[in-house]
Ligand binder design. Structure first.
Ligand SMILES: Cc1cc2nc3c(=O)[nH]c(=O)nc-3n(C[C@H](O)[C@H](O)[C@H](O)COP(=O)(O)OP(=O)(O)OC[C@H]3O[C@@H](n4cnc5c(N)ncnc54)[C@H](O)[C@@H]3O)c2cc1C
Length: 379
C-alpha cells in the first residue's frame, strides 16, 4: 500500500510512524513545506492521559518525549496580583521543535520517506498513492481542494491572540489576568524546558484596537505587552520568533472526514482552542485511531469509516469543551469584578468538564478556601 501524507506536524509524523510500524511493507511518503528544524510556536502542553496512549503506541518515542518534558501538577490563576494555586492537574510541557524531532527520528528509523522543503500547491503533483492523508494543518490544502467532499465549516474566535515566549520560568500552567487602561488581557504560560516558557496573550478585539496593537511591529508589541505584564515577568523580556502576529483562533469542523482513498487528520480535520491545551493530543490520538483502523481493516474503504466512527464522538466532546473555554475567555471582562478565589473557580470550571466536586477531589484545600470565601464553609 502506498500512502502519501501531506504535512509534517504532530498528526502527519505520528500517523506515518504508526502506519509504517504496524506494516513495514507500506510505502509511506511524508511531504512537508518547511525544513526539519523550522517550527512555529514555542512549547506545547500535554495531560498525563496522553502519555498513556503514547506509551502503548510507540515506546521508543514515548521514552524520548517524556525524558524531555517539564512536569507539574498545578494550575495557577493570577488575578488582581494574587496567585491562587489549584493542585491535582498533572501536565507536562515540551518544546514543539524537540517533540517534532523525536517523531522525525523515529520515522526515519522505521523507513518513512520524509521530504522536507517541499511546499505543495497542486495535489496532482503528489507521488502516486493508494491513500492520501491530509495532515496539513488548520488551513489544509487537501481540505480546500476537496471542499465538496469534506464540507468543512470554518469560524473564527472573536479574541485576538499572539504566541510569544519568555525566559521567565512559569512552573505550572499559569493564567494571568491584567486589567489595563486599554482593556483586559490574559496570558497562558508554562515552562517547556529549563530556560523558556510559552507565553500566549489574548484580549478582545476592542482592547486590541484601543491599544492599536494591529499597527505595532513585533518588537513594539513585545515591549507593550512587557509593560502590561510588568508585575508578572520579574524583569524578563517577551520573545518574538519567526513571523509573529495577532490571530483569531480558527474553528475547523468537517461534515465528512474521508472519501474512498483520502482522509484528514489533526488540525486539518478539527481544531480545539489552545486554552484547553489539547490540539496536539487530538492530532496524535487521530493518528493512533487511524493506524488501529488499518490494523483491523486492510482496505481503506472499510478502514476509513471505522476510523471516523471510533473517533468522531471523542473529538466532538473536546471541541465542545474547547468552545466553552474559548467563550469564557471572550467574556473574561465580565468576571474580573470577582475576587481572586471566586474568579479562580470560574476560570477552573470554564470548559464545563470540571465541576466543584471534581476540583474537590483534585485539591480539597482550594475548594475549602473557596467555600470559606463564599460563606459556604462548615461552621
Ligand atoms: C497559540 C497556540 C497554542 C497552542 N498550544 C497548544 C498546546 O499547548 N498543546 C497542544 O496540544 N496544542 C496546542 N496548540 C495546537 C497545536 O499546535 C495543533 O493542534 C497541532 O500542531 C496540530 O497538529 P497537526 O499536525 O494537525 O497540524 P500542524 O502542527 O499545523 O502541522 C501541519 C504541517 O503541515 C505543513 N503544511 C501545511 N500546508 C502544506 C503544504 N501545502 N505543503 C507542504 N506542507 C504543508 C505545515 O508546514 C505543518 O508543518 C496550540 C495552537 C496554537 C495556535
Amino acid at each position: 500500500m502506498r500512502i502519501t501524507i501531506l504535512g509534517g506536524g504532530p498528526a502527519g509524523l505520528y500517523g506515518a510512524l504508526l502506519m509504517k510500524r504496524l506494516d513495514p511493507s507500506r510505502q509511506i511518503t511524508l511531504i512537508e513545506r518547511d525544513g526539519p528544524d523550522d517550527t512555529f510556536g514555542w512549547g506545547i502542553v500535554f495531560s498525563d492521559q496522553t502519555f498513556d496512549y503514547l506509551r502503548e503506541s510507540d515506546p521508543p518515542s514515548y521514552e524520548a518525549i517524556t525524558a524531555a518534558c517539564e512536569k507539574w501538577d498545578n494550575v495557577d490563576v493570577v488575578h488582581r496580583g494574587e496567585r491562587i494555586t489549584v493542585r491535582g492537574n498533572c501536565f507536562s510541557g515540551i518544546a514543539r521543535i524537540r517533540f517534532l524531532r523525536v517523531l522525525q527520528d523515529r520515522c526515519r528509523e522505521v523507513g518513512v520517506d520524509l521530504q522536507f522543503h517541499h511546499p505543495v500547491t497542486d495535489l496532482t503533483t503528489l507521488p502516486p498513492h493508494d491513500l492520501l492523508v491530509g495532515a496539513d494543518g488548520a488551513n489544509s490544502l487537501v481540505r480546500r481542494v476537496h471542499e465538496r467532499l469534506f464540507e468543512p465549516t470554518l469560524d473564527y474566535g472573536r479574541n485576538k491572540y499572539i504566541w510569544l515566549g519568555t525566559p521567565k520560568l512559569f512552573h505550572g500552567l499559569t493564567l494571568t489576568f491584567v486589567e489595563h487602561p486599554t482593556g483586559v488581557y490574559a496570558a497562558h504560560s508554562y515552562k517547556f524546558d529549563k530556560h523558556t516558557s510559552t507565553f500566549i496573550v489574548e484580549c478582545s478585539e476592542s482592547t486590541w484596537r484601543t491599544a492599536a496593537l494591529g499597527e505595532m511591529p513585533p518588537a513594539r508589541t513585545a515591549a507593550f505587552l512587557e509593560e502590561v505584564f510588568h508585575d508578572h515577568l520579574d524583569g524578563h523580556p517577551l520573545l518574538t520568533k519567526n513571523f509573529v502576529k495577532w490571530l483569531n483562533f480558527p474553528l475547523v469542523r468537517n461534515r465528512r472526514w474521508h472519501g474512498e482513498r483520502i482522509v484528514l487528520l489533526g488540525d486539518a480535520l478539527h481544531t480545539a482552542h489552545f486554552s484547553i491545551g489539547s490540539g496536539t493530543k487530538l492530532a496524535l490520538e487521530d493518528a493512533i485511531m487511524l493506524a488501529r483502523a488499518f490494523g483491523t481493516e486492510s482496505d481503506a474503504a472499510a478502514a476509513l469509516p471505522l476510523f471516523e466512527a471510533s473517533r468522531r464522538p471523542r473529538v466532538e466532546q473536546y471541541q465542545q469543551a474547547a468552545m466553552d473555554s474559548l467563550k469564557w475567555f471572550e467574556e473574561m471582562a465580565d468576571y474580573v469584578h470577582l475576587g481572586p478565589l471566586p474568579f479562580a473557580l470560574e476560570a477552573m470550571t470554564r470548559s464545563k468538564r470540571v465541576d466543584v466536586e471534581k476540583l474537590r477531589q483534585r485539591d480539597p484545600e482550594f475548594v475549602a478556601a473557596w467555600e470559606r470565601s463564599a460563606g459556604l464553609g462548615k461552621e
